[in-house]
Design a protein around this ligand. Structure first.
Ligand SMILES: *[C@@H]1O[C@H](CO)[C@@H](O)[C@H](O)[C@H]1NC(C)=O
Ligand SMILES: *[C@@H]1O[C@H](CO)[C@@H](O)[C@H](O)[C@H]1NC(C)=O
Ligand SMILES: *[C@@H]1O[C@H](CO)[C@@H](O)[C@H](O)[C@H]1NC(C)=O
Ligand SMILES: *[C@@H]1O[C@H](CO)[C@@H](O)[C@H](O)[C@H]1NC(C)=O
Ligand SMILES: *[C@@H]1O[C@H](CO)[C@@H](O)[C@H](O)[C@H]1NC(C)=O
Ligand SMILES: *[C@@H]1O[C@H](CO)[C@@H](O)[C@H](O)[C@H]1NC(C)=O
Length: 497
């Protein structure tokens, strides 16, 4: 128990030292709330002091070398020294390992954002020391209730150091929209955690680190089942006997078409309720509803065509291999890390050196022909330009007196300005403009989504023609390689009914 206590303190400082904003927190006073053979609860307090140093006063003995983020993403890691000897790429977090201690890693890029997770998938991760005896050090987040942004919020988990984080609030993959803003003198209080730190050991793990990982996952499931914890003594912490329960069933009733998370069944006229089996259900306070309410797709008319899957990510689109000078780390299974690679944005200009992407409804296939992000194109060495994509489709007839709808769902936006033109790219005024949107940095951070944006764009029938029509998607902002949008899903709907 004494040993565990020290680990907890060290970890706590670890966490806070890497917390955003990156200046560290050091408790200036602490109090033992309870300490017995079963439990220790400490209270660290600090009043803000502008002149305090940035460094946590810790000596740390680092021995962990094998990192696990998921079943797939687990590996021997480079070290801080390897990074220091490497070459910094397009931003300081991405380093090309030019002379690592472990020669197998030479040519790989190290970037802590490779190891990000959606919060829903980030319930356990950590490190294994393969020295004797093999030891696992795990962060278990048994609940997401105290983290901002919902189940699809992404954040850092573990990275070179060895570093273990549990990030409660950050603007990562979201931007300023998720920064907590305060009015002058506004009082605010929030209980964060508790999180669970788990240490395990097994002699056989030297040859097979998965033994410790599988045990940690088992422990995670146990901790999830015992949430909310009863032991925390802080009066601000809401225990299970102070919480209510809501029970019920959620069905979807869509008179035109129904779809589930993965399967789209078009042209299916349903009078029956359909179980919303892949939905997330959340409870919010009365009044202003959260961003989830924007996902209120009332369908205006029958689907004429669609591109992608409405799941808030761009994972179903074409994801290129990274530039050949960067070695791809070989995991046991590389499917989960397809998009977590450095430099994918540069591949757009390689595939489309002069002419931008053209998508022909009917003959194109979004898995192959729709690049996962509408990024900028590099011209010369340092300049970038916006890009203009075309969606070409055929209409057998047009009801010129009716209104059609373009449902445009973005999985991410970064410093973008997306204009929509209908059949006329040249006219100055776009049919629709998003305005300047997004600060998720999801392109540079290898997220396959950031914050979600939904636009329902009305298109009058008189703007369409019988025969070939073109919708132009013009991302006009072109200042950096990381600007642009990721599409989630696009649907063109027939006349209102
Ligand atoms: C510690 O836990 C044991 C086993 O549950 C229990 O018998 C004991 O009373 C506990 N000690 C304290 C101080 O709560
Ligand atoms: C603030 O920090 C400075 C530098 O560490 C220290 O000299 C000073 O006493 C601190 N002030 C308070 C109120 O703790
Ligand atoms: C690889 O990962 C994918 C996605 O998680 C999974 O469906 C597949 O079964 C895995 N393949 C192997 C060989 O583990
Ligand atoms: C689209 O491309 C993917 C990936 O190559 C392929 O698996 C799928 O069958 C294609 N779909 C159609 C309708 O051709
Ligand atoms: C681009 O950079 C290369 C290598 O640094 C240099 O040789 C070339 O002149 C540059 N081209 C332009 C157009 O600036
Ligand atoms: C179509 O949309 C326009 C512009 O929003 C509106 O003025 C018009 O009434 C709509 N027409 C129909 C038939 O709904």
């Amino acid at each position: 128990m004494q040993k565990m206590w020290r680990y907890m303190v060290a970890l706590l400082l670890f966490i806070v030292a890497d917390c955003h904003p990156h200046n560290g927190f050091i408790g200036t006073s602490f109090e033992v709330i309870i300490h017995n053979e079963n439990q220790t609860e400490l209270s660290f307090k600090r009043k803000w002091n502008a002149s305090q140093s940035n460094q946590p006063p810790l000596n740390i003995d680092k021995r962990f070398n094998y990192m696990v983020v998921s079943d797939e993403r687990q590996r021997l890691m480079p070290t801080d020294v390897d990074r220091n000897k490497g070459q910094v790429l397009g931003y300081k977090e991405a380093v090309l390992l030019t002379n690592p201690t472990n020669p197998d890693l030479k040519g790989e890029v190290d970037d802590k954002y490779f190891y990000s997770n959606d919060d829903k998938d980030g319930k356990v991760y950590g490190w294994i020391s393969t020295t004797n005896p093999p030891l696992g050090f795990w962060m278990i987040n048994p609940s997401n209730e105290y983290r901002i942004g919902g189940p699809l919020k992404q954040d850092l988990t573990t990275h070179v150091g060895p570093t273990v984080l549990t990030v409660f609030c950050s603007t990562h993959y979201a931007g300023e929209d998720l920064a907590i803003k305060f009015q002058q003198e506004e009082a605010w209080k929030k209980v964060i955690g508790p999180v669970f730190v788990y240490l395990n050991s097994n002699a056989a793990a030297k040859a097979n680190p998965s033994i410790l990982w599988n045990d940690a996952k088992k422990r995670m499931n146990q901790e999830v089942a015992s949430w909310p914890y009863e032991f925390a003594l802080s009066k601000d912490y809401i225990k299970s006997n102070q919480r209510g329960t809501v029970r019920g069933q959620l069905f979807v009733n869509d008179r035109q078409v129904f779809f589930t998370y993965e399967i789209i069944l078009n042209m299916f006229i349903s009078k029956q309720n359909v179980a919303a089996s892949n939905a997330y259900i959340g409870l919010g306070p009365p009044g202003e509803a959260g961003s989830w309410q924007r996902e209120n797709k009332v369908r205006n008319g029958a689907t004429i065509w669609e591109i992608g899957i409405p799941d808030r990510t761009a994972a179903e689109f074409f994801i290129p291999n990274p530039p050949s000078q960067f070695k791809v780390h070989k995991y046991k299974n590389n499917s989960e890390s397809k998009f977590r690679q450095y430099g994918l944005w540069e591949q757009y200009g390689v595939l489309y050196p002069k002419n931008d992407l053209v998508y022909n409804v009917g003959t194109s296939n979004y898995s192959k022909d729709w690049f996962y992000a509408q990024v900028t194109r590099k011209i010369g060495n340092k300049t970038y330009e916006g890009t203009s994509w075309k969606v070409i489709f055929n209409l057998a007839n047009v009801n010129i007196g009716s209104n059609y709808t373009l449902q445009l769902a973005l999985a991410a936006a970064h410093e973008a300005d997306l204009h929509v033109h209908v059949n006329d790219e040249k006219i100055q005024e776009p049919h629709f403009s998003t305005g300047h949107i997004g600060g998720s940095n999801a392109i540079a951070r290898h997220g396959i989504h950031g914050l979600y944006w939904l636009y329902s764009i009305g298109i009058q029938g008189k703007l369409l023609v019988k025969g070939t029509n073109t919708i132009f998607l013009v991302q006009s902002s072109g200042l950096s390689p990381f600007e642009g949008v990721m599409y989630d899903y696009i649907r063109f709907e027939g006349p209102h009914q």
